[in-house]
Design a protein. Sequence first.
Length: 552
Amino acid sequence: MRVTKLFLTVAIVLGLGLSACSNDDDISTSGGEEKGNTHVSVALKLGGASTRALPNDYNEVGEWAGKDKVETITIFVSNMSAVTTHNFVVGEDYVVKGNFLKPLAPAAIKTTAGPKKVFVLVNATEDALNQIAAAGTGANAFEAAYAAVLKLENSGTAHDPVETSASKIAKVDDDYDVIMMTNVEPQTIEVYPNVDQAATIAGENQVNINVERAVARVMVTTAATSYDVTADGGTTIGKISNITWVLAQGENSLFIQRKTDWVTPKWDFVPTTDEAYWKAGDNYDYSGLFENYDAATKFGGTTVPELSTYAALNAAGDNKAEVLASLGLDDNAVNGKFVLPTTHEIATGEASGFKKGNTVYAMIRAKFTPGAFADDGEPDEDGTFYLGANGQFYTSAKAAYDPAGNGVTQKVTKYVGGKVIYYAWANPDEIPEWYNSPVLRNNIYHIHITGFKTIGTNWNPLYPEDPKYYDPTHPEYDPDDPNNIEDPKNPDPKPNVTVPDPENPGGPEIPVEEPENPIDPTDPLTTPETWMSVDVKVLPWKLHSYEVELGI
C-alpha cells in the first residue's frame, strides 16, 4: 500500500476574554470539608504519549500535535469522600507552552493534606458539566457521572444548518479547533501540608495529567477532480465528476471518560436483521448526510479537495481563505469532519462486530456520465440515465426494458440526475478485504481517493428506514403493515423504475424490478467487488491514512 503523508499546521492558541471563576477553598463552600491549609496544582499535556490506539490499530502514519484553542479548564479534586470543582480560564490562570498547559498563580487550589484524586475536563460543554453537577459532590456519585454516557443531540434531517452530535463538543473557530478533552485517566496525588501558592506552581504538590480530544476526525482527498471509469479490457464506459462527500453513522453518545478497552456506548449494537437496523437511528448520527443538501436534486456534501490543496496552505495557515476561494471549496474541505468514537468487537472475518449498519462511513456522492447509450434517445437534461442488467446504458426505462428500443426484459437501475454513491470506511484493517474499522477519539482518519473502478450504487441503504415499509415495489411491502413509513426521510432514496403497461396503453405505468443493492446493513464491511480505490492514513492526534479506488 502506498502511503502519502499529510502535513498540517501545528499550533495552539490561548482562549482569552473570559472571566476566571476558580474556587479558593476545598469543599468548604460546597461539600462541607474543613478549610484547607495547603495548595495543589495541575499541569496538563494535550494528546500525551500515554494516549495509545488499539493494539492492532490500522493505517497509522504518525502524529500531529494539533491546532487547538484551549479556552477553559475544569478540575475536579476528590478527597475520596467528596469532590470540589475548580474552573479556570486559559490566559489568566494557565499558560500554554507547546502542547503543555502550565498553571499560573491563580490556578493554585487551596485544599487539605492527604490523598487526592484529580479529574480534568478541557473546553467542557454545558451539557457535560450539568450532567456531572447533577450527581452532587459525593466522590462515588461524581466518578460514576464522569464515566457515564453523554447523549448528544443532532439536527436529524434538517439541513439549514446541519448540527452533528460531534459538533456539540467539537468545532472549528477561526481556523482553530475548540474540542472538549478528557483526562486519559485520573491521577492520585499525596498532598503534603503547608505548601504555599508559589511552591505548588513551581512543582510541589503538582500533578501531571494527560488529556485527549473526545472526538475523532475524518478527512477525504482525491488525486483528481474527475476520473474515467473503464470496463474489463480498458474500454471507457463513462466519467465521474462533481465528487462530494458526507460522513455518517458515528455514535450519537460517548462515555465522558474513555474506557480503557475502548468500548463505546453502542459497542454491542450489531444488527443481524433489517428490523434491527431500522432502530439504528436511536444509536447513531445520520445528520451529516444532509450537509449542503439540495432536496430538489438530492445532491450535496463537501467538495472533495485534491491532496495538493494542502500543499498550497502555508505553515501559518493564514492563506486558507485564498486557497479555498481559488479552488471553490468550503472550510470543511480542509478541516474535515468530526465524529464520535465508534467501536465494536474486533475479530477475523465475519465474526467481527463491525457491520455495514454500525460502522462510520464516508459516503461519496458523484455524477456519472455514460460514454454511450444503447438506444437512440436523448438523455435527460439533469443527467438521469438507466442501467440494464446487461450492462448497457439507456436514456429511458422503456428503452432498457423494451426490445424494440434495443433493450431486453431485464432488471433496470435508475440513476436520478446521474448520481452515483460510493462508500469508504474510516479506518479499515485490510484494503480491500476489510472487516474491522474502529474509530477512536483523538485520531484523524484520512481517506485518499485514487480512482473509481466501476459505477456505484444509485441509493443509500445505510440509513435506518427499511424500504419494505415504504417502497411499494419491495417484494415484502404490505400496504396494511402498521409499521409503514408515510414520509421517508432518506436523503438518498431508492428510485422507483416504471414503464408503460403493454396490456393497458395510456394507463398507469408498471414497476420494473431493480437489481438488489449490494450494500446491506447486516453484512460485514467487505463487498463482492471493489468499487473505489482508496489509500487511508490516521494524526497527537494519531494520524491514519489510506488510499482507495472506489467501486462497489
